[in-house]
Ligand binder design. Structure first.
Ligand code: RB5
Length: 156
């Protein structure tokens, strides 16, 4: 599968983490990372393991806010639990997406730094397309920055 990466991401690291319900699409996204030369860090959990999505969200999101990762992808069964947990970490703007338009617009308008997906909601092909558009789409700034700043103010 070939993707048109508009902005190469080879100088930054993308984090990916999942619970036991997200292993299949996590593995598909890792194949996409490898095929496109995207540097990544896999926080697990791995095949055969079970883990709690809040803990996984915290591990990955802590590394987004401390600068180890530029962005991250988190996967649980629905994408909802792990996005709720991710959004508890200060500095995280996590979006749970299962359609292309939302995955693109959450970068353009919300400057989302974490994409969450449901391994029991989307198939591997769609998950890769969502990851691809999320990673290559830039924040538009302008009036959207003012609104994102309002969200940041709510955290402080
Ligand atoms: C695990 O069974 C499931 O609850 C979890 O993956 C997720 O869907 C929670 O939101």
């Amino acid at each position: 599968m070939e993707f048109n990466i508009l902005r190469r991401v080879d100088k930054i690291m993308i984090g990916i983490g999942n619970d036991h319900a997200g292993i299949e699409i996590k593995n598909a996204i890792i194949e996409y990372f490898k095929e496109n030369g995207i540097e990544y860090k896999d926080y697990g959990c791995m095949s055969g393991e079970k883990c709690d999505y809040p803990q996984k969200a915290k591990e990955v999101c802590d590394d987004v806010v401390n600068g180890v990762l530029e962005k991250a992808i988190l996967i649980c069964g629905t994408g909802i639990g792990i996005s709720i947990a991710a959004n508890k970490v200060k500095g995280i703007r996590a979006a749970c997406c299962s359609d292309y338009y939302s995955a693109k617009l959450t970068r353009q308008h919300n400057d989302a730094n974490v994409l969450c997906m449901g391994g029991r909601v989307v198939g591997s092909g769609l998950a890769i397309e969502l990851a691809d558009v999320f990673l290559k789409t830039e924040f538009l700034g302008g009036r959207h920055k003012r609104r994102v700043d309002m969200i940041t103010d709510m955290e402080n």
